[in-house]
Every structure is written in structure tokens, then in C-alpha cells.
Design a binder for this molecule. Sequence first.
Ligand code: UD1
Ligand code: CA
Length: 452
Amino acid sequence: MTARSSLTVVLAAGEGTRMRSSLPKVLHPVAGLPLLAHVLDASPKGNGAALAVVIGPDHSSVAVEIARIRPGAATFVQRERLGTAHAVLAAREAIARGADDLLVVFGDTPLISPATFERLRAPLKQGAALAVLGFHAADPTGYGRLLVEGDRLIAIREHADASPVERKITLCNAGVMAIDGRKALEILEKIGNANSKGEYYLVDAVAIARDMGLEAVVIETGEDEVRGINTKAQLAEAESVMQARLRKAALDAGVTLIAPDTVFLAADTKFGNDVTIEPFVVIGPGVTIADGAVIHSFSYIVQSTIGKNTSVGPYARLRPGTSLGDGAKIGNFVETKAATLEAGVKVNHLSYIGDTHIGANTNIGAGTITCNYDGFSKHKTTIGTGAFVGTNSSLVAPVRIGNGAYIGSGSVITKDVPDDALAVERSPQNNREGGAKRFREMKMRGKKPKKS
Ligand code: UD1
Ligand code: CA
């Protein structure tokens, strides 16, 4: 049997005004990735799986993000926000291609899993025309209620249109629906807007399918999976559910988390074997941590690649574009950005290393700063292999320090240093014999010593 083709339509045209933010709702991050990225990632992938996203007319930033996350996805603009069914029909052109299964999901439900999409598609294989994802809401206020008879779904009633008896129903519409792709357009086009809000409601697809003599069913899931995000408080709840999942997945994969609840991960964090993460570490998007690495407390890491058997922190900040070779060591109060540190490099204390390449086994002394910015543009520092940069050196970029070179402490290096050269840039030291004693005597003259 050949696999069924699918089209997933993600609705993301909502204004999200209750977030009280200038950022479109679906771009708010959970576990380091936009809400929408989670939904796009969970929806069916691979051969025979097409994806369409419906965005608002003022959402060019959302379109940019979609192109980045799933370059193959089509985007459609819903010019007026006339309801969820109207939004689905914005993707009419894609729907008309007639995939076996049409899946509709909201862009603000980031906790949905790929397995749930598959569960929802299963009844279509058995001949149902429509399957709706349902859940029992602790507080059903605001949700559409599922009206069932036995195991048959009869209709969905929006909260605003529900009778007092219907409002007592706790089985609610999660907002995810699977429709037989060959019947979808006919069903969607029959949806009208005769309800209290005057909107075209996708949920009316159920009653219409029933009237056409077709079968509709409910597939149930837990409330945690279908939380819709309308407010910042709901965003924070989703973050905490997601973090709990990511911590558990990391522990299950063998990562040592000494105090899991204090560690924040991103949805795309990748771990090798035997990685240890100490308490109070924050990992943002785009981080890969290889076998045997130890991330010490209070480190903050974003878009970085961390090699095998490395040690990072405590109190390290690895900014985007950091790459640490195997066995490298980043110590306390070190900040890196766009920096490649080859195997065995040590930057142990109080440094800024930006726009820099450092060759294998080079040692960077405490307090070394790469002066990469002149107030107008960024410049590159290149340091060779096996070099030694003395404490409190300033490397004024663009500058190149050769293999095996040695920089005396406190130097301000503005010129390239050849391989194996010793560079010292410092004023000569002046020792005046007995000078300290004479200085004290001068200060004491005419003054009474302080009583102790
Ligand atoms: C919707 C469902 C409700 C369900 C609830 C689950 C309908 C009519 N109601 O209600 O049964 O219990 O979700 O969370 O479907 N959107 C557009 N264009 C529009 C309107 C909405 O793209 O014109 C998008 C929004 O961006 C959002 C989604 O559709 O992602 C749902 O819209 P929203 O207004 O949040 O619907 P609810 O009232 O929450
Ligand atoms: Ca909603």
C-alpha cells in the first residue's frame, strides 16, 4: 500500500492582540524557537507531505521565518480576518490539488506532537471524512464544545453560541482537524457566517459533513498538548511544559543534569554521550554539545558548537558563531562571539574573544581582549597554533599572531607578530632605590600618625 499524501494548513493570521506586543503572536519563542516553528516541525514531513501557512497581510516577518524553518512551505495571505474557515480557504490553491488528507492546525499550539497528527489521520484510512482532536478542558470557557452521540461527532458549538446545557460539556475542540482531501473543498465552501460573531467558523465543517451523510469522529488527547497561546501567561505555561519535556528527553538520552529544573534548553539542542550540565545553565537555540563536555554553572550559550571533552564556565557566555574544538577550555567570565577555537585551546579567565580564529593548543592569558570593533566596523584576529598570549593583552584587530609566537603580558598588539617571535609592547619599568621610603616620610612630615 502506498502512503497517503497530506496537506497541512497552518493558520497563523490572527492578530494576537492579547499578547500586548508588536511581535506577531506566532513568532513569540518557546524553548528558543518561535511558536510557529514548533507547529511546522510537528506537522507531517517527507515525501507526499505538503505544507501551507496562512498569514496576515501585515506579517512579512512571519513569511521570512517560515522560509527559514521550512523552505518548501507555501504561504498564503488572508487579507481580511473573517474566521478560521475563511482562513483555511486562503490556501484554496493548495487544497484544490487534492491530497488524500487535509490537516488543519492553529499556529499558536506549540506543544502538539507528530504522533498526534498520525492518530488524527488514522480514521480517514478507515473511511471517516473528518476527525477532530478533542480534549477535556479543566476550564472549558471560550473553547468550542464537541457534541457527540456514542462515538459519533455530531457538531461543534462555539462557546458564544452554546446553550447553558452545552456549556456544561468539558470535551472541547483543540483546533486540529483532519478532513478527507477529496471532499474538503466542497465541505469548506458550504460554511456560512450565520453565528453570533458573523465569522466563517471551521468547526461548522462537522455538521456539514454529517448533513452530507459523511462520518465525523473525535480523537482525544491531553490538555497539555493542545494549549493555545493567547496571552503572555499562557506563553509562560507552555514554556514550562516544554522545558519539562526537554529535560526529560535529555536525561533519557544520558545527559547528566544535576539540577534539571534549573537548566533551560532549546528545542533544537543536540547532545553527545556523557555530557554534564551543572545547575543554572541557559542554552539558547542552535547549540550542539559533543561527547564528554562539561558545562559549568551560570553559563549562557547560544548558536555554538562545543567539541568533545571540553569544559565551559562557570560564568561563560558563548555567543553566536562560537566553535570549540575537542578538549578546549573556556573558563570563568569569558565571552566569545564568531570565534573558532581549535582543539586544546585554553581561555581560562576574564576574556573577550570576538571575530577570532585560534589555532590548536594556544593559551590565552587572563584578561586578554580582542579589540575587534573600531566604532565603525568589525575586524578579525587570527592567532596561530601553539602560541602564548600573556595576561592582560589587547589584540587590536585586524591583526595576525603567528604559530608559536609569544606575547608579553600587558602588551597592546597593533602589528602582526611573525611565527615564533616574542612581542612585548610595554613602557620600560623604572625602579627608584629607596623611593617608597622617601615617599612615606614626605607624607608623614607635619602629620600626627593616626591612632590605631
Ligand atoms: C478556536 C476554535 C474553537 C477551539 C479553539 C481551540 C473556531 C471557530 N473555533 O477558537 O472551537 O476550541 O480554537 O483553541 O475554529 N485565525 C486566522 N484567521 C481568522 C481567524 C483565526 O488565521 O480569520 C487563526 C488564528 O491565528 C489562530 C486560529 O486561527 O491561530 C484560531 O483562531 P482564534 O480566534 O484564536 O479561535 P478561538 O476563539 O481560540
Ligand atoms: Ca485561540
